[in-house]
Design a protein around this ligand. Structure first.
Ligand SMILES: Cc1cc2nc3c(=O)[nH]c(=O)nc-3n(C[C@H](O)[C@H](O)[C@H](O)COP(=O)(O)OP(=O)(O)OC[C@H]3O[C@@H](n4cnc5c(N)ncnc54)[C@H](O)[C@@H]3O)c2cc1C
Length: 332
């Protein structure tokens, strides 16, 4: 008998969504991705550096027909260095150094494009906002309603599995797990990528003197009450993240990224000059379009697959493994 393929509906076409789409496609599933952005981003405002540990590297490489593109967009970071800064004396010094980091780092946009380009275009519904889902009475299928943001038309998609890849403040997770609340960590992160190709040459010369392992090191800078991380990315880009303790900002919508105005950026620049060495403060100042991410914590979910019936469970990707603990002991 011809076996019917199982179908997954993935809400969210960012890193998690396209990674799920790839993993499920490789496992023989039909997949549809519902994403509210109009098109895949080529210069995402939320895009910055993403560090990949060895397992992530292995998984992503297994999805590619050739290894070269992976090496073209990711930079190896064998060194991890923690440093302390004295903002008054404008000096910093090494606290710890580890030469076995085995990380690679990519720009969000490059990593997204790398995985996205291996997927068939027709599985993506760009410019569609997920609205709701309902599970069939016998719990063997799920129907998802989404709105085409251009025409306002409501469409319905039916499948066997619904994947909530709609971000940290997932509305699908809230439906299944209304009691699971995110916990504000107490700090937000200013983030930015300085694109220095052919520009900012003085700034970069000074920066490389202050951070001699740039290009192969993930730096963490500690200063009283704050810290930041820094690393280079492929194609002459410098990624920085600066964590700042502050009351929880009020977020609108489902994103954890805040759009900032020029007053906020000027105040941040002034603060950077007080806290960091001048070479780092200058990089921050010359970075276009910095943005803020609000950082939340969440206890690990006890169960990552929910709502499945006996029939449906047989069709899950990893049939007997559906708790976090079990999944962690499984070789993906
Ligand atoms: C400061 C900082 C540093 C980080 N560094 C790293 C790192 O080095 N390595 C790492 O692995 N991770 C890192 N992370 C975490 C990583 O960036 C995020 O966990 C990751 O980007 C989340 O991806 P996601 O696909 O789950 O969610 P998101 O990127 O938030 O994507 C959610 C997607 O769902 C879509 N969506 C939401 N609602 C709807 C709807 N109703 N309908 C349709 N679409 C919808 C959104 O448009 C979006 O595209 C970092 C995070 C922060 C804040």
């Amino acid at each position: 008998m011809k076996k019917q393929k199982a179908k997954a509906i993935i809400v969210g076409g960012s890193i998690a969504g396209i990674s799920c789409a790839k993993a499920l496609t490789c496992a023989g599933w039909d997949v549809v991705v519902i994403e509210k952005s109009r098109a895949p981003t080529t210069a995402s405002p939320t895009g910055a550096g993403l560090g990949l540990d060895t397992l992530s590297q292995k998984i992503i490489q297994s999805w590619l027909p050739h290894p070269e593109p992976f090496y073209e967009v990711t930079l190896p970071l064998p060194i991890d260095q923690n440093r302390a800064t004295d903002g008054e004396k404008k000096v910093n010094w090494v606290l710890t150094r580890d030469e076995n980091l085995n990380f690679r780092v990519a720009h969000w946009t490059d990593l997204h494009a790398l995985i996205y380009n291996t997927l068939p275009r027709e599985i993506f519904l760009w410019g569609h906002q997920y609205i709701s889902f309902c599970i069939s009475e016998d719990k063997t299928s799920v129907k998802v309603k989404a709105k085409d943001l251009q025409t306002n038309e409501i469409i319905e998609v039916e499948g066997d599995l619904l994947v909530a890849a709609d971000g940290a403040r997932s509305s699908i997770r809230q439906s299944f797990l209304p009691d699971t609340k995110l916990r504000y960590s107490g700090y937000c992160a200013w983030r930015g990528v300085l694109e220095y190709s052919g520009k900012n040459l003085d700034t970069m010369m000074g920066f490389r003197k202050a951070y001699p392992d740039l290009g192969r090191c993930l730096y963490m800078e500690l200063a009283p009450g704050t810290h930041s991380t820094l690393c280079e990315l492929m194609y002459e880009r410098l990624n920085w993240i600066w964590y700042i303790n502050q009351p929880e900002p009020q977020l609108k919508g489902s994103s954890v990224t805040i759009k900032v105005n020029s007053d906020m950026i000027s105040a941040m620049h002034q603060e950077a000059e007080k806290i960091w060495i001048p070479e780092f403060a200058r990089v921050i100042k010359e970075t276009k379009d910095p943005f803020i991410n609000v950082i939340y914590d969440c206890d690990p979910l006890k169960q990552i697959g929910l709502g499945q019936s006996g029939v449906n469970r047989r069709r899950l990707l990893i049939p007997q493994l559906h708790t976090v603990e079990e999944a962690q002991t499984c070789q993906y």
